[in-house]
Design a protein around this ligand. Sequence first.
Ligand code: PMP
Length: 444
Amino acid sequence: MSENKKILDEEKIILADATRVKYFDIVIDHGQGAIISDADGNDYIDLLASASATNIGHSHPKVVAAISNQAKKLIQYTPAYFANPVTALLAKRLVDITPGNFQKQVAFGNSGSDANDAIIKFARGYTHRSYVVSFTGAYHGSTYGSISISGVSLNMTRKIGPLLPNTIKVPFPDQNQRAVGESDDDFSDRLFKQFKLPFETYLPADEVALVIIEPIQGDGGIIKVPQKYMSLVYEFTREHGIVFAVDEVNQGLGRTGKMWSIDHFGIAPDMMSIGKSLASGLPLSAVVGRKEIMSSLSAPANVYTTAGNPVTAAAAMATLDVLAEENLVARSEKLGELARDFFEQAAHSYWFIGDVRIYGLNGGIDIVDEKGQPDNQATTKLIYRIFQLGAIMISLRGNTLRFQPPLVITEAQLSQAFKILTQAFNELEAGTLSLPETDNHIGW
Ligand code: PMP
């Protein structure tokens, strides 16, 4: 029996189903750069790095060294009780590298989910208002607060209600809702009317604490908010004294070809959540926000034993060093152009490739049927075949291929990934692909 199978059989019995997004019957044993390897020694190109929180690649030597050096000095002493040098340095650095020429403060957490919970708390504390407005298709996390403001999967909310009260979802400007030939600005105006509808019918704006948005939705399908829509929403929050926050957990830290996805819009948000790749996959998140908002709550309103843990903070300092030293934000933009060329060409060549959205080394590629409708089965066949050919890719919302390799992927590895994708596309076109024979193959 293969090592993969042995470990998986045990895991299937012990791990709760709800804790998994399941894809392939493999066990990841080790990784280096853009390559991950399973327990049977098979190598795969990782095209899922934003999800797996490894923007700068697996086991980067600088991060490994920083973790090891810090672990020799001090692994943990609750930062909420006593400061430690590295956590303090990281907080200062995050203030410096986030947009906004105003005074800021930082709240560390253990996950993107609890960072977004903290945003809700601070916004409510600051405004003395209760309502939170977020968007359909958003993923903000898996705690009760962050689930309550998410809108991406029925299985996340099924059976667990009631959710946090006074959380309202408005339609995200997903291009599936765009009328044929509708310009960016017309689309923005029309969707902004939908945004305002609750405010005109039952939701007093002066009772709304927070609007939170992913400037480019990640798990919702890699979808960028139109510029004008973003400006209209932002201005609306200014007009009504509402805190404007962005979730950069998925799309931040260079993923989109800019340091933060909100940088595409030239807006400095009141608050921002950061996580995932911040500490190259160690559990660390942060909220960076305006000082007056972040100081609205008293101790100990948002305390976690290991939030800002020194080893995770050292990993984050090294991760930010690597992003800068290896010029990875610019690299994301540059390699993103190669990805755009490849996928746009593929969209010309293969009828089943629909909308292609590429922002940096970061893409959502829709797979459609003859009528142009989402084709979830074809998408599943594709990702399974891509896996067999040696690359790890998953789908979003059923029919979107998610393309997010580590920003350190070499051009040779990228070409190899394109070769694998081309072969899978050819085989789908030829009708030779079948669905995987496993019950362990579900997505979001
Ligand atoms: N926000 C966004 C945009 C995310 O993509 C995620 C994770 N997919 C989260 C929040 C939650 O982060 P975590 O899983 O670390 O709690």
